[in-house]
Every structure is written in structure tokens, then in C-alpha cells.
Write a protein that binds this ligand. Structure first.
Ligand code: DC
Length: 224
């Protein structure tokens, strides 16, 4: 059976990361979190480089090596050799990642790197434009979503576990703002691929979501 490429796109808080990791684990595939790449760039900007400083952002991109390593079931993110995993999930980095990802030259600079990850097959890649831009010919494209309230509740649990303090009200606000920004940008906005499969997991848990996607994947593996 051929190892296929699975694209999982969707808004913040739909459980993309957990589900993608589970799907990759169940299928024995590689997991690639593309949001972490934009988050790494936002982290590298580190309060000193502003969104308007395009020359400086370009400089950061010239020396930008992001890699992933699974350690104790945690996907560790390395930026130029430094493990930055604990620093890239804050709300500040989330918002800046969303803003910097809307700059066309940033997306252009990160395009090849992301396409390379998918080339070998046997990959679960998650983000916002994987099925539409990065691997438009992926054998399986999932658009994973849930109601904003459900997504905020999931993010709340995730952040609490990490010791991040935030109110539910602020979280719903942040999710809506980020959705708005990711959906409305001119380049590679978040949208379902024409041949994408819509999965709404408002009423099923993350493991059930992963099992459903694995079922689709098994069918596609047989066809390819
Ligand atoms: O998936 P995430 O929440 O870690 O992503 C952080 C931000 O990065 C998200 O708000 C938009 C941007 N992003 C993107 O533009 N394209 C992707 N493929 C992945 C993330």
C-alpha cells in the first residue's frame, strides 16, 4: 500500500495539532506542524523587529532553519539549533504569527521548505493552506473545524495545562480576531480545498476525530 500525503487545515482551536499527531502516530507517518514555522518567525522577531520592518524580517528569513524532533510524545521545535518549544504558544506569539504570515514575501520564502517536507509521502501536514497551496495534489485533504465556543474551550484546557492564565472571554475574542485575520488575508487565506473533506468535531472528541481521519486515509491508501 502506498503511503499518502494528508493535509489538515482549519481554524485555531479545532484540535488540528493533537489530531494530526494522533493520525501520524496511528499510521506511522511523519507529522509536520506548519503553524510552528510561522510561530518560530514571530518568536525570532522578539519584540525588536516590527511588522513594518520588512528588511529585517527578510534578514531573519535568510538565516532561518526550523526542524522538528519528537521527544517523550512532545513535538519539539528547533530554531537554528535552539529548542524554542516552551516559548511559541503564548497568545502574543499566536497573534504575531498570524500577522506576519499574511505578508506575501514571508509565505513565498517559506513555501519551498514546506513543500520539501511533503515530497517523500507518508506525511500528515497541518496548517491553513496545506490542501490549497502547499500540497494541492495531496491524496487526502481534511478541513477540520468546530464551533468557536468549543474551540475556545479546547484552547483553554490546553493553555491551562501549560500554566498560561487567560480568561474565557479574552480567549474567544482572540480566536475570533485570529480567524478573521487568517480568513480575510489576500494571500493563501484559510479555506476548504475544492476536493477537501469537511470534518466538524464539535460533538466528537479528538481521538474519535483522529479515528475518522485514519478511516478516510486507509481508503485513500488502497486507491493509490
Ligand atoms: O496553527 P497555528 O495556530 O499554530 O498557526 C499560527 C498562525 O500561523 C496562524 O494564525 C496563521 C499562520 N499559519 C498560516 O498562515 N499558514 C499555515 N499553513 C499555518 C499557520
Amino acid at each position: 500500500m502506498k503511503k499518502i500525503r494528508i493535509a489538515i487545515d482549519g481554524p485555531a482551536g479545532a484540535g488540528k495539532s493533537s489530531v494530526s499527531r494522533m493520525v501520524a502516530g496511528l499510521l506511522g507517518y511523519q507529522y509536520v506542524d506548519t503553524g510552528a514555522i510561522y510561530r518560530s518567525l514571530a518568536y525570532a522577531m522578539n519584540d525588536t523587529v516590527k511588522l513594518e520592518d520588512h528588511a529585517e524580517i527578510r534578514q531573519l528569513l535568510d538565516n532561518f532553519d526550523v526542524s522538528f524532533r519528537m521527544k517523550d510524545d512532545v513535538n519539539h521545535i528547533f530554531l537554528n539549533g535552539e529548542d524554542i518549544t516552551p516559548f511559541i504558544r503564548t497568545e502574543k506569539v499566536s497573534m504575531l504569527a498570524s500577522s506576519v504570515s499574511a505578508l506575501p514575501f514571508v509565505r513565498e520564502a517559506l513555501l519551498e521548505m514546506q513543500k520539501r517536507y511533503a515530497r517523500a509521502g507518508g506525511v500528515v501536514m497541518e496548517g491553513r493552506d496545506i490542501g490549497t497551496v502547499i500540497i494541492p495534489d495531496a491524496e487526502l485533504k481534511i478541513f477540520l473545524t468546530a464551533s468557536p465556543e468549543k474551540r475556545a474551550a479546547r484552547r483553554m484546557l490546553e493553555l491551562k495545562a501549560k500554566g498560561v492564565e487567560i480568561t474565557m472571554e479574552n480567549l474567544v475574542e482572540e480566536i475570533k480576531r485570529r480567524d478573521d485575520q487568517d480568513l480575510k488575508r489576500a494571500i493563501a487565506p484559510l479555506k476548504i480545498a475544492v476536493d477537501g473533506v469537511l470534518v466538524d468535531n464539535s460533538d466528537i472528541d479528538l481521538f474519535e476525530t483522529a479515528e475518522l481521519i485514519v478511516k478516510y486515509a486507509r481508503e485513500r491508501e488502497k486507491l493509490n
